[in-house]
Design a protein around this ligand. Structure first.
Ligand code: SF4
Length: 339
């Protein structure tokens, strides 16, 4: 069986909340609270959830831009949290990130050529002539032209800037790319161009992606599997086909009901969730979704539902699917086949 390229186990990130002039810690914001998943070579795992659900924090911990409070991250057989500075530097060649706002992540005072060359210099890869050649090559690969190397980021459109961000991530020949909302800031027409480019590059270079987004519609076509996060936890994890055809968690069902259906003759009832996402500094007891869930039962307020596999490749964290409560006829808000 294929080994995962990335293995995340029980990952947590708690940010201390300080109070008063002495800065005493009065609590913690549980941004990520025990997340586990595997990512296999060549696949795309989509991670989806509302803002503040912990999806970007998870991506940043994998990059070690943030230190986990607890948990393990194993990449290519190595435990990342145990790596020293030199090994970590080498690892960063293999794991790269594409950010939501390419403008903020590209140095405005550097030419695009210099921006693309920089990762190669940092990692001591190639001589000056080879670096310049690779910059020209990768500009073409992402759909730009050689002459763009002499221009500055502000001279490009949003979509072109994201192409530059993608080219920069590719320069060190990474194995894994973590794309954090890479198309959210772009017009819808440009979004699909960038998504298509990412898919082409994945096939061409054999890349593995973690694709973070707040919208299930965006990750649908690019993801092989999707993890849905709510308040720091994964509440559903499944292969894409099964998740979109038969969402199990009431939160996934609500998210999916908001995704427009391409078929003009087909209408889907939108499920509007009541209330706001609770504060991760003061998360609800039991199921984190119970304050907004239309199917809430007594057990939901006291017991955290574990993420359990209900059928091969499809796991859900919801008491509607645990043995004692399974069989409840109300468990689907969106019935199979109506998506
Ligand atoms: Fe709703 Fe209970 Fe399931 Fe949570 S565990 S999603 S509150 S039914």
């Amino acid at each position: 069986m294929t080994k995962p390229l990335l293995k995340v186990e029980g990952l947590k990130k708690y940010f201390p909340v300080k109070k008063g002039a002495l800065g005493r810690i009065k609590g913690h914001v549980k941004a990520v609270d025990g997340v586990s998943f595997d990512v296999y070579p060549g696949e795309t795992l989509g991670i989806v959830g509302e803002s503040g659900c912990g999806k970007s924090t998870t991506g940043r911990m994998i990059m070690r831009l943030l230190e986990p409070t607890d948990g393990r991250i194993e990449f290519d057989g190595k435990e990342l949290t145990a790596l020293g500075a030199e090994d970590m530097r080498k690892m960063r060649r293999d794991v790269q990130m594409v950010f939501q706002d390419p403008f903020a992540s590209l140095n405005p005072r550097h030419t695009v050529g210099k921006i693309l060359e920089e990762p190669l210099i940092v990692h001591g890869m190639k001589n000056a002539a080879e670096r310049k050649k690779k910059v020209r090559e990768f500009l073409e690969i992402v759909g730009l032209s050689e002459y763009h190397a002499a221009r500055y980021p502000h001279q490009f459109s949003g979509g072109q800037r994201q192409r530059i961000g993608i080219a920069r991530a590719l320069m060190t020949n990474p194995k894994l790319i973590i794309a954090d909302e890479p198309v959210s800031a772009l017009d819808v027409s440009i979004q699909s161009q960038v998504l298509n480019l990412m898919q082409d590059l994945q096939r061409y270079f054999g890349l593995t992606y973690i694709f973070i987004a707040h919208d299930l519609g965006v990750v649908r076509h690019i993801s092989d599997r999707v993890g849905v996060m709510y308040l720091g936890r994964i509440v559903e994890l499944s292969d894409s086909e099964s998740l979109y055809a038969k969402p199990l968690h009431p939160y996934t069902q609500a998210l999916l009901s908001a995704v427009p259906v391409p078929d003009p003759g087909f209408e889907r009832e939108q499920i509007v969730l009541e209330g706001d996402i609770p504060s991760p500094a003061n998360p609800p007891s039991g199921c984190p979704f119970h304050t907004r869930c239309p199917f809430r039962m007594d057990v939901c307020m006291t017991d955290v539902p574990p993420l359990q596999e209900t059928e091969p490749g499809h796991s859900v964290a919801c008491h509607l699917y645990t043995e004692e409560t399974a069989g409840n006829d109300n468990k689907k808000l969106v019935t199979e086949g109506s998506i």
